[in-house]
Design a protein around this ligand. Structure first.
Ligand code: GLN
Length: 196
């Protein structure tokens, strides 16, 4: 399986390492043509406004939408979750607008810029070490969205069809269980599901 990591800005190398750790091939995506032969794509954390500027500069917006709309899985972490969302709280427009959620940016407030929490994530882990950095969270999720994890009442991981999003950074720990979950989504989508 080939999993791309959008390599415009943000935590790119860490995701690529985790992709390789679960036995898939990581592709650092810097040009639109590279999307063609991927089985899934990761939108990393970083700064969503900066990533968006680069998406526009390199004409990635429509190709990324088309990638998602073709049924290929996309995993957005932190800023990547903001890029995936259909709605952004207090903002008129969204970015890719693919996942049926409303997100709020920097939602944990300045006092708690960064923190770690052990999270129960449905179908993934009882105790996932989650690192939050100026993290957003999901304020509202559409009916078809499966809530995978909440931290103190806030939705911090969710899945909408073939879109997966976390408010935290799974790539900053050695724990590969969430990446295994995403790889399984990509395998299922590719119709190549193998017993693992
Ligand atoms: N760690 C992150 O990805 C932070 C996200 C950032 N606060 C944003 O709004 O894009």
């Amino acid at each position: 399986m080939k999993i791309g990591v959008l390599a415009l800005q943000g935590a790119v190398a860490e995701h690529a390492r985790t992709v390789e750790a679960v036995g898939a091939k990581a592709v650092l995506v810097k040009r639109v043509e590279q999307l063609a032969d991927l089985d899934g794509l990761i939108l990393p954390g970083g700064e969503s406004t900066a990533i968006r500027r680069l998406i526009d500069r390199y004409d990635f917006l429509e190709p990324l939408r088309a990638f998602g709309e073709s049924g290929k899985p996309i995993f957005g972490t932190c800023a990547g979750m903001i890029l995936l969302a259909k709605r952004i709280h207090n903002q008129e427009s969204s970015h890719l607008g693919l996942m049926d959620v409303t997100v709020e940016r920097n939602a944990f407030g300045r006092q708690v810029d960064s923190f770690e929490a052990d999270l129960a994530i449905k179908d993934v882990a009882e105790d996932f070490p989650a690192v939050f950095i100026r993290a957003p969270y999901i304020l509202e999720a559409g009916d078809g969205v499966e809530i995978l994890s909440e931290d103190t009442g806030r939705i911090v991981a969710a899945r909408d069809r073939h879109y997966l999003a976390t408010a935290f950074h799974p790539e900053l720990t050695e724990d590969t269980r969430l990446m295994e979950y995403f790889l399984k989504m990509a395998e299922d989508a590719a119709g190549k599901a193998v017993h693992r």
